[in-house]
Design a protein around this ligand. Sequence first.
Ligand code: C5P
Length: 295
Amino acid sequence: MRVRVCCPAKVNLHLEVHGRRPDGYHELRTLMATVGLWDTLEIRPASPGVLDLTIEPVEALPPEGENLVVRAARLLLRRFALKAGASINLHKSIPVGAGLGGGSSDAAGALVALSRFWGLPAGIDELAPLAATLGSDVPFFLHGGACWAVGRGVDLIPAPDLPSWWLVLDPGSEMMATTQVYDRLGSAPLGEVPPKRPLASWLDAAGDEWLSRCCNDLYTAAVAVSPDVAKRLDALRATAPLLAQLSGSGGTVFGVFPDEGSARRARVRLSGEELTVVPLLGRAASRPWPALLEE
Ligand code: C5P
């Protein structure tokens, strides 16, 4: 028996930072949305106690530390006091260290797929606290679609599906360390934190008018770490997208276009091998649905 799950990337369409919290994290108001660029996890049986992970292609290996997928597996085993094993293959298409949430999405996919594989009674409510201990972006990927993430980023307000826009993603060629970018913000203390309530109606603005309010407060810090971000964003702006933005702490910049044709035409005008054209995903298409495959 095998279980396979597809793990989408995300972009941050909007990201406000409101100072550093007492726990050391920054207080966020961010609109995250899943996009059609996927990693794939496949899980096969292994002897109890064995957690074995292979990553393809090998150059997609994160630089240091235990992979979030293995940490997700260990958390589940501990939470459910289980002695089981799994042999996990992770096929990566989402660039690593690019602000696209690939590692976080893999971790969320692993929680859902391993729960299925091991027959655990774990729904989204049981998995969300485990996801939050793995990283600030991980709980978002249990929901998929578009969500507001507030506080540290683990407090989620699901948003309705966005229009069927297409994006050009330019991940750049440098890996960006999230911590390095956040550290550049300095330690401005937590100011007056805006209420969450207006977020629910933010997207109600007529048509796509709300796009003109979108910004990313990490932009200046990201450019200080990698000036190339500004150059790539300027190039995207010149293709007249609905919105051109930095995703998360970078280095991916993206342009939003009304349809696939206009996104592909913009892609042709831009240089760089790493650029991809992807659709925004609705919630149903992007939640991690593990598929059970018989050998
Ligand atoms: O939660 P996660 O481990 O993914 O966060 C990675 C780093 O990003 C943190 O160590 C911190 O430097 C920064 N971060 C932050 N405030 C947040 C989320 C992340 O400062 N709300």
